[in-house]
Design a protein around this ligand. Structure first.
Ligand SMILES: O=C(O)C(=O)C[C@]1(C(=O)O)C=C[C@@H](O)C=C1
Length: 290
């Protein structure tokens, strides 16, 4: 059975992995910190790691992108998109007013994952503007901390699954600023994965590093894709971390690396003096409501 490293039980990552695997059994290896999720596959303790890379509201998860680029060299084997449904959870009896109604202005602190808090900022500013905000390793860890600290006026932004697991109340459901809130996940591992579902498309992720002080670098790199009519679905600049103002271009192309066009585009980019590192060429699955 495949061993899959991921954040704790009850996280969005956990819900998303269950969706991806469907009826296919897997052994989940849960870690509190994303760093350990990466290390697990890197050290051979797991076959795959689940990595959230982008969110509709908060954008790129830069910490995770940087782990992919700088800390490990593990290929991406598939990508999928899954809804990030966040809720305000806690012990409702702590937040009742004299009329026995929930009053979120009584909340002292709201905890969650640093990517989940910005997804719910309008809700927090409207209903609990006084609450201190604290980031922890995952949405499920926030729920666990709230459960272990009764009577302190703490609440968590987390999944329905985390509320169930930790015996907390769903005080407000679906509190993200937009309903269309999705997270893009990638599964990284050394072996390709076969899943019993049809891919929506194939994508190749590549990291292009231009030489220093290369005028027009981005324009020339993009033109190698453009004139071949290769469709890019994402492009980001990430710091090389070597010198301020030096960047890698992280690029997603909607094409397989096995096509004739893509290797030719890479050869053209290399001929410009840029380094090209393929991070993976993999199937993508889009979530559909059942
Ligand atoms: O904390 C969780 O529940 C996670 O699975 C992590 C994570 C992320 O890292 O982006 C995943 C999706 C959510 O949008 C918020 C947090």
């Amino acid at each position: 059975m495949k061993r899959v490293a991921l954040l704790p039980e009850g996280t969005v990552s956990h819900e998303a992995l269950d969706f991806l695997f469907g009826d296919e059994p897997y052994e989940g290896k849960h870690y509190k910190l994303i760093a350990d999720v990466f290390r697990s596959t890197d050290r051979g303790n797991s076959n795959y790691s689940v990595v959230p890379v982008e969110n509709t509201i908060d954008g790129s998860v830069s910490l995770h992108m940087d782990w992919l680029i700088h800390e490990v060299d593990i290929p991406m084997q598939c990508e999928w998109v899954y809804p990030s449904i966040q809720n305000l959870i806690g012990d409702r009896s702590e937040f009742l007013n004299d009329r026995d109604e929930l009053d979120f202005t009584r909340i002292r602190k709201i905890m969650s994952h640093p990517v989940a808090i910005p997804q719910c900022l309008q809700f927090i500013r409207t209903y609990a503007p006084q609450a201190e905000l604290e980031s922890v390793g995952s949405t499920a860890e926030a729920a666990e901390i709230v459960k272990k600290n009764p009577g302190k006026g703490w609440a968590a932004i987390a999944t329905r699954l985390a509320a169930q697991k930790h015996g907390l109340d769903l005080m407000a459901e679906r509190v993200t600023d937009h309903d269309n809130n999705y997270t893009r996940f990638v599964l990284i591992g050394h072996d390709p994965i076969q899943l019993d579902r049809e891919a929506d498309h194939i994508k190749t992720s590549v990291l292009v590093t231009p030489p220093e002080d290369f005028a027009g670098a981005l324009h020339q790199v993009l033109s190698a894709f453009a004139w071949r009519k290769l469709n890019l679905s994402r492009i980001e600049s990430r710091p090389t971390k070597k010198r301020l103002g030096n960047y890698h271009f992280y690029i997603d192309v909607l094409e397989s690396v096995d096509s004739a066009l893509l290797p030719a585009a890479f050869a053209e980019i290399e001929a410009l003096g840029c380094q090209v590192r393929v991070l993976g060429s993999y199937p993508c699955y889009i979530y559909r409501e059942v």
